[in-house]
Design a protein around this ligand. Structure first.
Ligand SMILES: C[S@@+](CC[C@H](N)C(=O)[O-])C[C@H]1O[C@@H](n2cnc3c(N)ncnc32)[C@H](O)[C@@H]1O
Length: 247
């Protein structure tokens, strides 16, 4: 798997289901395995309840993929920007904003597929969201500042995570918040080994070191998530969620 994975048909179908599928669509066979479904929505709701948000003007969903986290942020913020490197993902996010639904074919077993109709929840809005293509390691200077930046499961997919972290103090205005989630699945196909933030002490320590000049660590907790490969096979991962306040 490499960054071109996120431009593939397989990734588009997998991520549309991951973001917009109901627990029954994602995991039809075993109800007790469904608690880890709905990660993009839980990521926003479980994080935001711990944040003392003084303003709710602008939020940035960095590495937004097909966009569900951005729609969830739009419940709380006047203006949301979803940014991702994958042109396919940004197109799908925008299509979801326009059509409020999509049909996907996802692997069932062998050469068989399940066709599923996915829908945005009726109570989320889209008119206050903009999706755009961009590189989290080379963000344009004119993005402005945000009350909240969310980086969900992005850090271990970047070629230069430290470069992205160094840009964050300029993106979050004083008193604003940063949410980073990741299962810390470091892979050399995405990140050269000498750029991994883990470096023996653990990724959280690496994050703390790089963020210390601009942010105060607030809270850390675990959030599991389930990505379907086929009807009987899933990636079950535990993201660590860390909340940081801009000084
Ligand atoms: C593991 S997915 C997580 C997506 C989403 N935040 C979620 O929680 O489902 C990683 C995402 O990061 C995006 N990505 C990878 N490299 C990037 C970069 N340099 N800049 C912005 N996005 C990037 C990928 O296209 C993909 O959408």
């Amino acid at each position: 798997m490499s960054s071109s994975f996120y431009e593939s048909d397989d990734a588009v179908a997998q991520y549309l289901l991951f973001h917009y599928g109901t627990p029954e669509q994602i995991c039809p066979l075993l109800p007790e395995a469904r608690a880890a479904c709905g990660f993009p929505a839980r990521c926003v709701s479980e994080s935001i309840k711990h944040l003392d948000l003084r303003q709710r003007n602008r939020a940035l969903d960095l590495g937004c993929a097909v966009g569900r986290g951005s729609f969830e942020l739009a419940r709380y913020f006047d203006d949301v920007l979803g940014l991702d490197f994958s042109a396919r993902f940004v197109d799908e996010a925008e299509r979801m904003r326009r059509d409020r639904g999509a049909t996907v074919r996802v692997p069932r077993e062998g050469a068989s597929f399940d066709e599923m109709k996915l829908a945005l929840p009726e109570d989320v809005r889209g008119e206050n969201i903009r999706f755009t293509r961009g590189d989290a390691c080379d963000l344009s200077a004119d993005l402005g500042t945000f009350d909240l930046v969310v980086m969900a499961n992005l850090i271990d997919r970047l070629p230069d995570p430290a470069k992205c972290l160094a840009r964050l103090p300029g993106l979050v205005h004083p008193g604003g918040w940063l949410v980073i989630t990741s299962p810390y699945t470091w892979l050399e196909e995405y990140t050269p080994r000498d750029k991994w933030l883990e470096q023996g002490a653990g990724t959280l320590a690496g994050l703390r070191k790089h963020l210390a000049p601009g942010f105060t660590g607030h809270k850390v907790f675990d959030l599991p998530f389930l990505i379907r490969e086929h009807r009987r096979k899933f990636q079950w991962s535990i993201a660590e969620v860390s909340l940081w306040q801009r000084r």
